[in-house]
Write a protein that binds this ligand. Structure first.
Ligand SMILES: *Cc1c(COP(=O)(O)O)cnc(C)c1O
Length: 820
């Protein structure tokens, strides 16, 4: 039977859009047009947009089906999406038109957009990367979708009281989420707990039976992901946990109906809240259940789709690729094995070949506290059959290792999926490596360290698996949408090509000596700085002159990211000014933003320190016009979009070897900020692209950090003894100049930074950092020189578009092709 292709009918012109907005006011919101508020109009616009996205989503699905495209499924426990309305209008290329339509209706679309809550289903870099990937996949017409959890509460909102962080619940769907499409018809059942009974097939084979399990329903919600130009609309499928209607028969039969219902309702906790930690793993049962829930829902969905087209699982990996975003979804390896072996009765070796050809793993961090270990007893309780499979995978794997390295028990111990020190634990990273055909790091340096420091045995055993995929960010959200002033100039100068081919920006170099172009570039920066200045003034009542250097460190608060190094330097500049009469040659505003994990005491104290220092400096008339310090609360994507375009100096100052890639660094630089940074993560590759003259490099290199810490030769007290600057700063802290009402508040930090082998080596880099900052002062004073450097940063950041990143993954790992 001949099928006709699905046709998109909704038009994107003024008449159709206006008509649809009116219709939605009446038929969806049940109001008369004359009674509709600005807010109602916004809702109606979102619904009109949804109609268009949904049509194109169906058309895209139809297109993928027709060519039986191989698809990639991105498994991630986090997606830090940011606001959707403006981004979708932007990618559909109807933002200006809609602004116009709203003006005609007497409304302001900007206000509507500003009232949208950020869906913040992620902590930081890892979740934001996933969101940028989705944008690029759709823009490149690649069949790749995201799978995740539909958390009811996203990352906590941060408010500040007396300089301390307070966490508030983030009920992100309070005003609804008009763009999502619920798909209860495609719900899946996820079994948990219970026990395994051994049985045999009629032919005598081992037949394990997972029995007495509890179950949860996974209900998918699809969020359309539109590529730039509006042709391809992929989706992000998020699963919400719902209680099943199967009652616990035991309790039920005892007549305790209410308790039976209650037990069921508790299972909905699974998708209730996102864990608020980045780069730390806790052994919490609920988190393990979340990780399994994502994997189980995702795989059930994928196998159902596969079966609709193909019954032959030998071909599974020809049609399905799964990318594991860190080890959180590493149970994919086990669940896919269970499905193939137990449910499809495929023999083990074949199933293993299929599983490994399907899965690929991205490592995101080397920090030991982030490596996931789950106790064997917990896995046995939650997933008894999976534990058996993990043991079977392990024993077969270790046999192979043993045949290659006979009698090397140390090696077997290191490579085992089971850690036997103390209570037995499953090493999720080892599981992910063993069960995948590809293991990648996220920058050149990080990928080297993954091979040589994290998994040296696995690298020696199977070197061909290991590869690098340097991160990126999407220029649609981070330039086109976030920085309309710069985007207009770029399009004026180069045409629109740069939006989907960021390497086009190289052509800006032809304009570097054009004084009018330079002036317009810096004018755009100034416009953004005034906007951010007004925002800071109206929210924090701090007045920042637009001609100051906007020096910004915005990211999660973590000791390895070294916000402390930044603050120490700010204190140093202040003391130079008020105690030593040394004025900086440029006025500077030091801006900070970032959330601390709720249980991370040091990080929360750092937030308090920033506020305490800000209070003293901002209220000292001697610093007026020279130094300002501000902490912008509740860092999230929408705030980043305000901050990034206004930045002159981007602080990327992690201890070398600790930041896997960073992506904040890229957002700032492509918007014309200069980086003051260490030789770490993707900073190294950015430096390579923009050139030494356009990047303020400082600090120890990774090998130097590693050597000092390995040999135990880092003695910060010696540095302190030889540095009058550091002594002056620490003395001020110990004399409570920033904590007059709370003596000794910051003593902990002095003690910590002076401890032998302090692991982030703050003081070792202080001098070099402070010298880099002096160079910045000198260069900024030369307006023309600075303008040229800023332009070259934008011009040379083409590599860091996630379009490039996604094409590399598609070719090297997933083997998927664009379907146009
Ligand atoms: C980009 C981004 C991050 C990651 O920043 P890094 O500097 O790479 O740590 C974290 N949070 C938000 C809201 C972001 O937009």
């Amino acid at each position: 039977m001949k099928r006709s292709n699905f046709k998109v009918r909704k038009k994107n012109d003024r008449v159709s859009l206006t008509e649809d907005i009116r219709n939605h006011v009446i038929y969806s919101l049940s109001k008369e047009v004359k009674d509709a508020s600005e807010w109602d109009a916004g809702k109606a616009l979102a619904l009109a947009l949804r109609d268009r996205l949904v049509e194109r989503m169906i058309e895209t699905r139809d297109r993928y089906r027709r060519v039986k495209a191989k698809r990639m499924y991105y498994f991630s426990i986090e997606y830090l999406l940011g606001r959707c309305l403006g981004n979708n209008l932007c990618n559909m290329e109807i933002l200006d038109l809609c602004e116009d339509i709203f003006k005609d209706l007497g409304y302001d679309l900007d206000e509507v957009r500003a009232s949208e809550r950020d869906p913040a289903l992620g902590n930081g870099g890892l979740g934001r990367l996933a969101a940028c990937f989705l944008d690029s996949l759709a823009t490149l017409d690649l069949p790749g979708c995201g799978y995740g959890i539909h958390y009811e509460y996203g990352l906590f909102r941060q408010s500040i009281h007396n300089g301390y962080q307070k966490e508030l619940a983030d009920y992100w769907m309070k005003e609804g989420m008009p763009l999502q499409v619920a798909r209860p018809d495609q719900s899946v059942i996820v079994p948990l707990y219970g026990r395994v009974e051994s049985a045999a097939t009629p032919s005598g084979d081992y037949l394990p039976m997972w029995v007495d399990w509890d179950d949860i329903i996974g209900v998918p919600y699809d969020i359309p992901v539109v590529g730039y130009g509006g042709k391809t609309v992929n989706y992000l499928r998020l699963f919400a946990a719902r209680a099943s209607e199967n009652f616990d028969m035991d309790i039920f039969n005892h007549g305790d109906y209410i308790r039976a219902v209650q037990r069921k309702i508790e299972s909905e906790m699974v998708s209730k809240v996102l864990y608020p930690t980045e780069s730390v793993s806790f052994g919490k049962e609920l988190r393990l259940v979340q990780e399994y829930f994502l994997v189980a829902c995702g795989l059930r969905d994928i196998t159902r789709r596969f079966l609709a087209q193909n019954k032959n699982f030998e071909e599974f990996a020809d049609y399905v690729a799964i990318q594991l975003n860190d080890t959180h979804p590493a149970l994919t390896v086990v669940e896919l094995m269970r499905y193939l072996v137990d449910e499809r009765r495929i023999e083990w070796d074949k199933a293993w070949e299929i599983t490994r050809a399907t899965c690929a793993y991205t490592n995101h961090t080397l920090l030991p506290e982030a490596l996931e270990l789950w106790s064997v007893s917990l896995i046995e309780k939650v997933l008894p059959r999976h534990l058996q499979i993990i043991y079977e995978i392990n024993s077969r794997f270790l046999k192979k290792v043993e045949s290659k390295y006979p009698a090397d028990n140390e090696k077997l111990r290191r490579m085992s999926l089971i850690c036997e020190d103390g209570t037995k634990k499953v090493r999720m990273a080892n599981l992910a490596v063993v069960g995948s055909h590809s293991v990648n790091g996220v920058s050149e340096l990080h990928s080297e360290l993954v091979k040589t420091r994290l998994f040296p045995d696995f690298y020696e055993f199977a070197p061909q698996k290991f590869n690098n995929k340097t991160n990126g960010v999407t220029p649609r959200r981070w330039m086109l949408k976030a920085n309309p002033a710069l985007a207009a100039l770029l399009t004026d100068t180069l045409g629109k090509g740069w939006i989907t081919d960021l390497n086009e920006l190289h052509k800006l170099e032809e304009h570097i000596n054009d004084s009018e172009f330079r002036a317009r570039f810096m004018e755009a920066k100034r416009t953004n700085k005034i906007k951010l200045g007004n925002f800071i003034n109206s929210t924090l009542d701090i007045n920042i002159p637009p001609d100051s250097i906007f020096d910004i460190q915005a990211k999660r608060i973590h000791e390895y990211k070294r916000q402390l190094l930044n603050v120490l330097h700010v204190i140093h500049l202040y003391l130079e000014l008020v105690d030593n009469d040394v004025e900086p040659s440029c006025s500077r505003a030091f801006l900070f933003a970032g959330k601390a994990a709720p249980g991370y005491w040091e990080a929360k104290q750092i937030i308090k320190l920033i506020h305490s220092v800000a209070k003293v400096i901002n209220n000292d008339p001697r610093a007026e016009g020279l130094l300002k310090v501000a902490f912008l609360p509740d860092y999230r994507v929408s705030l980043a979009e305000k901050i990034v375009p206004a930045c002159d100096v981007s602080e990327q100052i992690s201890t070398a070897g600790t930041e896997a890639s960073g992506t904040g660094n890229m957002k700032f630089a492509m918007n014309g900020a200069l980086t003051v940074g260490t030789y770490d993560g993707a900073n190294i590759e950015m430096l390579e692209e923009v050139g030494q003259d356009n990047f303020y490099l400082f600090g120890l290199k990774q090998e130097e950090v590693e050597k000092a810490l390995r040999e135990g030769s880092y003695h910060p007290r010696e540095i302190y003894n030889h540095s009058p600057e550091i002594r002056q700063v620490f003395t001020a802290l110990l004399e409570n100049r920033f904590s007059p009402d709370e003596p000794d508040l910051f003593r902990w930090l002095v003690d910590k930074l002076l401890t032998d082998n302090e692991q982030y080596m703050h003081l070792a880099d202080f001098k070099s950092y402070s010298e880099a900052q002096k160079r910045i002062d000198r260069d900024y004073a030369e307006k023309e020189i600075w303008a040229a450097k800023a332009i070259l940063n934008t011009a040379r950041m083409g590599k860091f578009s996630t379009d490039r990143t996604m094409l590399e993954y598609a070719e090297d790992i997933w083997k998927i092709k664009a379907v146009k």
